[in-house]
Design a binder for this molecule. Structure first.
Ligand SMILES: Nc1ncnc2c1ncn2[C@@H]1O[C@H](COP(=O)(O)OP(=O)(O)OP(=O)(O)O)[C@@H](O)[C@H]1O
Ligand SMILES: [Mg+2]
Length: 389
């Protein structure tokens, strides 16, 4: 018997390029405009993407890279690594100057002198395209701001015959959290006359909103610098259906209408949840069809997996009493007031319930819909909580 089913086309992993990229027209339009201004007017309007976990920041940045390079603009995508409070700003500069060039698609000869210079100051780079990443072992010395500025200027001179603009995509900028003052250094470098007048870098940063909010509290001017700030949201209903239709196209597998409608109800267009759930549904096809028969088992598998990646960690943060409250809200599954909780859990006094509810909000396990009204952040999280009891 022959197998006519295509390998699973879904991408249930963070940072994994989707088989078909859907939506984000507004964000792509803004990027194209900024790129155009950089190319034609030499105006470099660095901007920021904000989005929660799994909402599609990395995929969008990778899309920007494709667009820029289709226009022959050299582009370097790099995820910011994690830092500790004990790290110095110079390590962050070292990270940037070692990673930015190695992700540029240019011949070795073009960067040869530049790389020799880096080696001279103690920064080793693997040969471009060689695929080996050397650890950033040696701590370079110098002023982190001066060094970053100097290296960016040198890099520009090395590549300027190859490109009119260099796009730099810094993903996971929330990882600067323990050394958040470093963002001020990036801002200072990018707004320095030498960089503005003599080079052609366009930076796009991506971060989680919560971390960015913290940065702004500590370092106000950063907020005025990286504008516009684009907030990535869940996909809408038609985009969600579009993801399903386009990804399933020519795979030999179909999802029936009831399944499609449930996928929307449960994931509410969250790209990561969507990919995980669909990936399990796809694996559970029978005779090329995915029907209501396989819904429950696929949903359970998806929730366990999202649990391992995220929900377990969030949920473990709640105390036993807070967990009881989450259970009541999950059973209701509509935004609730504190009196609903005291009605259902008699042993809790109103005052205590209010305290628990606000704690749950600060732990990101609940959202405050309006004064005194609390809701779960996510339908899949509700399903997760219900399975805990
Ligand atoms: N526009 C899109 N169309 C289709 N699938 C998408 C889209 N954006 C993201 N995805 C899929 O959703 C999942 C999560 O996307 P991605 O990793 O880009 O999100 P993220 O915000 O960078 O997540 P993280 O918080 O883990 O860094 C991936 O499987 C990706 O393939
Ligand atoms: Mg990401």
């Amino acid at each position: 018997m022959r197998n006519s089913i295509y390998p699973n086309p879904f991408t249930p992993k963070s940072g994994m390029e989707p088989r078909v990229f859907i939506g984000r027209e507004k964000e792509i339009g803004i990027f194209e405009r900024k790129l155009d201004e950089a190319l034609k007017l030499k105006r470099y309007d660095h901007f920021l993407i904000l989005g929660e976990w799994g909402i599609g920041k990395t995929s969008l940045l990778r899309e920007f890279k494709k667009i820029a390079q289709a226009n022959k603009v050299l582009t370097s995508y790099l995820p910011i690594r994690e830092f500790q409070e004990s790290d110095k700003f110079i390590s962050a500069t070292q990270h940037l100057i070692s990673q930015i060039p190695r992700n540029l698609p240019v011949k070795y000869e073009i960067l040869k002198n530049f790389m020799e210079y880096l080696r001279g100051i103690g920064i080793s780079l693997p040969i471009i395209g060689g695929g080996v990443q050397l650890p950033e072992k040696i701590e370079v010395e110098g002023d982190p701001q001066v060094l970053l500025l100097d290296i960016l200027e040198r890099l520009w001179h090395a590549v300027k015959k190859e490109t009119d603009v260099v796009v730099i995509l810094l993903d996971d900028a929330q990882n600067y959290h323990p050394i958040s003052g470093y963002l001020t250094i990036i801002k200072n470098v990018l707004s320095d006359d030498v960089i503005v007048k003599n080079t052609g870098f366009l930076f796009v940063l991506a971060s989680t909103p919560e971390a960015w909010g913290q940065f702004l509290k500590k370092h106000h001017p950063i907020g005025r610098y990286f504008i516009p700030t684009l907030r990535l949201n869940r996909l809408c209903h038609s985009e969600t259906l579009d993801v399903l239709d386009k990804i399933l196209d020519a795979t030999g597998v179909t999802f029936n209408d009831s399944i499609k409608s449930k996928i929307w109800q449960y994931t509410e267009g969250h790209p990561f949840e969507l990919q995980i759930l669909c990936s399990f549904l796809y694996d559970n096809q029978l005779g090329g069809k995915v029907t209501d028969d396989t819904w429950e088992v696929s949903l359970d598998m998806a929730i366990t997996q999202i649990g391992n990646i995220l929900f377990d960690h969030l949920y473990d943060d709640a105390s036993p009493s807070e967990k009881e409250i989450l259970k009541v809200i999950s059973e209701e599954y509509k935004p609730v007031e504190s009196k609903t909780i005291t009605e259902k859990i008699k042993k809790f006094k109103n005052e205590a319930v209010n305290k628990y509810l606000h704690r749950l909000v600060s732990k990101k396990l609940l959202i405050l819909e309006q004064r005194g009204v609390f809701a779960l952040p996510d339908r899949m999280f509700r399903e997760y909580v219900l399975r805990k009891f």
